[in-house]
Structure formats: structure tokens, C-alpha cells
Design a protein around this ligand. Sequence first.
Ligand SMILES: *Cc1c(COP(=O)(O)O)cnc(C)c1O
Length: 390
Amino acid sequence: MTRAPLIAPGVAVMAEVRPETLAAQAMGRVDGATGAIIPPIHPSATYERDADLGYSRGRVYSRADNPTYDTAAQTLTALEGGAETLLFASGMAAATAVFQALDPGDHVLVPEVMYWALRAWLVDFATRWGLLVEVVDTTEPGLVRAALRPGKTRLLWLETPANPLWRVSDIAALGQLVHAGGGRLAVDSTVATPVLTRPLSLGADIVMHSATKYLNGHSDLVAGSLTTAVQDDFWARVRSNLGRGGAVLGAFEAWLLQRGLRTLFVRVRAQSAGAQAIAEALDRHPAVDQVLYPGLPGFPGHAVAKRQMDGGFGGMLSIRVKGGQPAAIAAAAATRLWKRATSLGGIESLIEHRASIEGPGSPVPADLLRLSVGLESIDDLLADLDQALR
Ligand SMILES: *Cc1c(COP(=O)(O)O)cnc(C)c1O
């Protein structure tokens, strides 16, 4: 297991420990004033100014500058092996901040299969601001090479595994391609999490998470994050847009997020093992046409996933149900344990008819059900699917 780089100033010495340990102790900080081993929440909107008008304690106003962010942000920076992490009000706020740091006329490449709300935002807003957004099948490096415009392509956006077909893109290979042309690589790693993939170590410049999902893991907050490999001008623009534009996380959410991060490794490993077992079982199920899961040897992206994912293939899979849309909707209607809801990465298992939540224009097959595997007994989850799929 790789060791995480350390360590943030003012944090108790955690050098030479593994990422699991960093996450479990959320950087090992003990409050100097009280001895509390759990960090406090700072709801304060503002901070006292010095008599000479300075701010010797470093903070001015809680728009993007709240000490409650530090524990979660520093933990994420360490887990991703980056230089700095910014927390946002949602995953979408984090993702769109990357595109908003580009200039009109910049060419950006985005994947054919990606989180639907981001695709919709790109179509509705990014193009209106003058970004030249081009869709490419990022599972084929040759197609990306052909679509790249050297000197003009400023950003390649990846999502891997990508919602909801779980297509896998080769981060290292695509990073080399886009860097050769002078562009940046940003990766939506929400589904892989830093437990399974560390995009920055594979050459990505920025890694994005919907922290709403696995990072928090308990379906009780909405949050997002960006972690950068280096603090360059582009990153300064992203940070400035957060602090001035104000898509900031609340203090209570930031506190909950550090608590969720403490169990990240044990949750993601168990959810990945559960998804693998369910994928293998459903692959043999007579009512299921196809199982989409990177951990299945027959899945098209399996070889790349094996190379860039370490310790599992994630807790998300999709199935295509025999009998088309009516059969898929009937199966989701018949589950008792699996909850019908959107979102993913929580403790409770969720099942979703994806095409109908994405709405008209969705490229998702109508017979597809998306499954987010939680932490219940796999036997119970399988028995429930089995009775629902008849
Ligand atoms: C949920 C999700 C997002 C958006 O995040 P929010 O926190 O809902 O704004 C982006 N990408 C992926 C892969 C997601 O699952």
C-alpha cells in the first residue's frame, strides 16, 4: 500500500502512516485548548480583527474561510496525494468551478457517458459562456487523440467508472495525451474514491468528488471537493471563484464530512466486495440480460480498471433487465430492502430506474437499473433482488 505524503502544519505527527490511519484519525489532530480528540464546529460567520486593522489569526470572513473545513480538506489532500483541497456546497458546485475557470473560446473534451446533471449544465450554460464543449468516447484513447486540438484544448474531463454504465477510462494514458497538447486533466473520481484510485498519482491535475456520496457515506449531506496536484494560476482562479462566488460548504456539513471520512476505507472496501458478489450472482440470473460492472472479467473496461483500481472495483453496478422498461420498473417496484432513490454511496442500498430520472434525451437504456450497494448483509440483498426479479 502506498504511503500518504504528510503533513499539515499544526497537526499532530502522523508521518509514515498509511492512508487508512490518516482517514480513521482524520489527521490525528487533538484540540490544544481542551484536549478534545474530535474537532469542534465553528459556525462563526466572521472573525475578530486586530486593533491595527490586521488579521493576525489569519481568517476574515467565513465565505470559503472557515476552520471547520480544515480537517476534512487536509484529510482529502493527504488521501489524494495533492497540494490543496477546496470544499464546495455540492459536487456540482465543485465540478462547474473547474469549467468556470476556463476562458471563452477554450476547447474542452468531455466523456460520452458522464453524470447527467453536469452534462446538462455543460449544454445549457458552459456553451453559452463560449466554451467549445466536445463529447468524445474517453474509453478509446485513439478517439481522444483525434479530438484533441493542440494549444486549444484546455481541459479533458473524465469520470471513471462513469455513471451509470460504469465505463472505464485510462487516466494515465489520457493524461499524457492531453498534457502533450498543453491541456489539463480533471477526473470525477466520486465512484472510485481515493480508497481505490488516486488520479493525481496517475497524472491528473485535479480530482473532483461529490462528497455527498462515498466520502461522507451516510446520505445526510450534500458537498463537493476539488483537490489539485499543484497550486498554479488556474487553481488560484478556482479558489478565487469559490471565495467570491460563494458556493461554500456550511460548517455543520464540513464537520459531518470529516466524521464520514473516518470510516471511508472500511465502507468502500465492504461495498466493493458486496458489489462484486452481487454482480457475479446477477450475471447468472435468468431475468437479467446484462450486468455492467468493472469487476467482471468480461466487462470491456476490466483490464484498465484492474490496472488503475486497487482493492476493488467500487460499490456501483447496473443491470439490464430482460423484458425491457416495464420489467425493469416492475423489479424496482418489488424490492423490499433496496430503497428506490437516486444518489449513491450511502450505507443503505439504493435501486434506481435511471432513464426516467434523467428524463428526455437521456442516453441510458430504458431497461437499466442502477444499484448502489450499501452495508447490509449481501445474502439479504441478493434474496431481495431475487424475489423482485421474477
Ligand atoms: C452525485 C454526483 C455528482 C454531483 O454531485 P452533487 O453532490 O449531487 O452535486 C457528480 N458526479 C458524480 C459521479 C455523482 O455521482
